[in-house]
Design a protein around this ligand. Structure first.
Ligand code: ADP
Ligand code: MG
Length: 391
């Protein structure tokens, strides 16, 4: 354990005196943009202690009744090891409350990491979660067989189904937020730090209008923005139209096209796209698959696959004019099957197996450019590729 980690751990222990009778810090397991996560031992794991200690900002958050004979997904499940998520003090109280509230709402959902409890000491908040052993995605994704992929995705889509049933968008679906243990083939969804309730910040977007109305609006949309040429800035010069604002929280490479097109009525479909990108990563054996630094470049990456024609249609759904003069973006684009064959260096002599073709079909449903036509998590679990009886 290096020095700085050790001093961080000491600091945490001194910030929360009196609580360390229960938890013994073992090591740091994650350091992200918004938090540091430690593995710790719950020394009293075989005893029940009611310890909903979150006050002030968190006082309106009422604890659930204590359950003694907890079902397997209950937050009260006994676990010897816990993950202690120290949320950076720079996060706003509303944001921290939001994450804890959503986790609380989802506490009984299969494949979603439950919240055991949370503590606050002045401005520092820590969340206690059961510890899940998991592998590093980069070490196992290239070796996954089709049955492995099916099990992985079934677990991910099970988590998404219950999250979406609660009308919650996760917004940051990616491998580091889905903890998966290839040995036991168990997975849990974590990190609701960017999650939000559906419709919480929405202003009407064209994509939710009736087709006919949309057509007339598209013709004279004041919101229309174009990506006309690939200048270093990426935007047309002298554009005096008001710029459109939408939530774009998430991780580069995993943002759905409607997020890039600044849709103001984003739905749970954005998570399905990101799950599709994970599948694309696994099948293409390339991580990260998309890697552009900004949203305009990200649109170009997607357009390179789907073709300018379909990308234009996708943009118009949200009142955006997509236009490009980049020579590598063709009108027609390519099929996802072709992309997989090329990225795995398989020529025409080694076509995809029937199972792989089914996986690609499923991926096409997750990566439909039109969010309203994209498969839902519930439908995904009924899809031939993921159905329980298919393996
Ligand atoms: P951040 O907002 O900083 O990304 P996360 O909740 O995603 O925070 O946690 C960061 C990392 O910590 C995860 O990618 C994972 O490696 C580890 N981690 C988080 N929760 C757990 C858990 N319950 N069990 C084991 N490891 C965890
Ligand atoms: Mg994370």
């Amino acid at each position: 354990v290096d020095r700085s980690v050790q001093s961080d751990m000491k600091k945490l222990e001194s910030d929360f005196p009196g609580f360390w009778y229960r938890y013994r810090l073992i090591k740091r397991i994650g350091e992200g943009t918004f938090s540091t996560v430690y593995k710790a031992e719950d020394k009293l794991y075989d005893q029940y202690v009611n310890e909903w200690d979150v006050q002030n900002e968190m006082s309106k958050w009422t604890p659930p009744p204590l359950e003694r004979d907890s079902p397997s997904h209950s937050p009260r499940k006994r676990t010897r090891y816990v993950a202690i998520k120290k949320i950076y003090v720079t996060s706003s109280p509303m944001r921290i409350l939001n994450e804890l509230e959503l986790l609380h709402d989802l506490r009984r959902c299969p494949s979603v990491c439950p919240l055991i409890t949370a503590f606050r000491q002045t401005d520092q908040v820590i969340a206690i979660l059961p510890y899940f052993r998991h592998g590093d995605f980069r070490t196992y994704f290239r070796d996954m067989t089709i049955p492995d992929i099916r099990i992985y995705l079934r677990s991910l889509f099970t988590a998404l189904r219950s999250t979406h049933e609660h009308r919650i968008l996760h917004r940051d679906i990616k491998p580091t937020n889905f903890l998966y243990d290839p040995a036991t083939q168990h997975g849990v969804l974590v990190d609701f730090g960017l999650a939000e309730r559906e419709g919480s910040e929405s202003k009407p977007c064209l994509c939710h209008e009736q087709r006919e109305l949309r057509k007339t609006r598209q013709a004279n949309s004041v919101w229309a923005q174009s990506v006309s040429s690939y200048t270093p800035s990426g935007y047309p010069k002298n554009d005096t139209r008001p710029s459109k604002r939408a939530n774009r929280a998430g991780t580069r490479g995993f943002r759905a096209p409607e997020v890039l097109f600044k849709c103001t009525e984003q739905t749970t479909a954005i998570d399905i796209w990101s799950a599709g990108v994970i599948l694309l990563t696994i099948l293409s054996k390339r991580f990260p698959f998309f890697n552009s630094a900004d949203d305009v470049e990200a649109m170009i990456e997607i357009a390179t696959i789907y073709g300018a024609r379909r990308m234009k249609v996708a943009g118009l759904l949200h009142g955006c004019v997509f236009d490009t003069t980049i020579p590598t973006v063709g009108q027609q684009g390519f099929t996802l099957e072709k992309i997989i064959l090329w990225s795995t260096c398989r020529g025409e002599d080694k076509p995809l197996t029937a199972d792989e073709k089914l996986a690609v079909k499923f991926m096409e449903r997750c990566m439909d450019l039109d969010p309203s036509r994209r498969i839902t998590a519930e439908e995904a679990l009924e899809h031939e590729f993921l159905r329980i009886d298919s393996s």
